[in-house]
Design a protein around this ligand. Sequence first.
Ligand code: SAM
Length: 286
Amino acid sequence: SVEYIATPKRTKELLNKYGFNFKKKFGQNFLIDNNVLNKIVVSAEIGPNDGVIEIGPGIGALTQHLATAAKKVVAFEVDKTLVPLLDETLADFRNVSVVFEDILTADVKQVIDSEFADCDRIHVVANLPYYITTPILNFLLTADLGLTSIVVMMQKEVALRLQSSEGSKEYGSLAIFVQMLADVDIALTVPRTVFMPQPNVDSAVLRLRLLEKPRYDVGEMKVFEQFVQAAFKQRRKTLANNWSELFGGKEQVYEVLTKAEINPNIRAENLSIAQFVNLFSLFNRL
Ligand code: SAM
């Protein structure tokens, strides 16, 4: 049987043995709880023939569990001082390879094509470096990687925002973009006590099950995103105020809202995704 490293004792031993120092600039908070790691892997719904991309393996705590569940794991790690540590902790796992590159500049598509050709489905599973949660999600959702799911630990507050619906304070353009492309839910929430060092925020694992195609057909997604972003420009203002520049005047905004039978004094946070899509198509016909 496998001896997993994610206990406080084992983690400390390894860090001491290699004289490893945490680097804040890389968002290094390592998981020290095998129970939580097991829950993450279960929530990722990984089949025995599936491939997994991990972002930021650290000392390999999550990687070990992923390797047990998947056919193959490829992990991207930016911190090269972790090489000897990962050599030790992953030595018994033949189906893992680590690429020591920044996930945002690596050729991930090429790696997927060459490493996962014989896999059924591909998942991204990670305990993300929190300082680049949004750029990483943006990259994963726009790079056309053929992913089935993305299951990632992030700051709880960000996870709540991404899974929120209209009418809630957390709702915004990022939630809409993500939910256009995926079914989104929070698989588990995680207290700060299961990390070393402890972060000063609580965390949650967000699960994105990617749709075959966007939830609604809006043509160029980038243009739709800009349309939605403009609506949320100043949260306290009405839609008509925020959109007036984009529409070439408030009158045009009122015209479109009237056509859509929407209250002209509404704020962006009260519009559903379907309503945004409808307004976008009316705007495009102005
Ligand atoms: N997976 C490990 C765990 O759960 O214990 C470590 C998670 S830690 C929150 C984030 C990891 O991402 C660190 O190992 C850090 O060095 C790595 N990292 C930070 N920025 C990165 C980047 N741009 N590309 C790849 N890895 C990165």
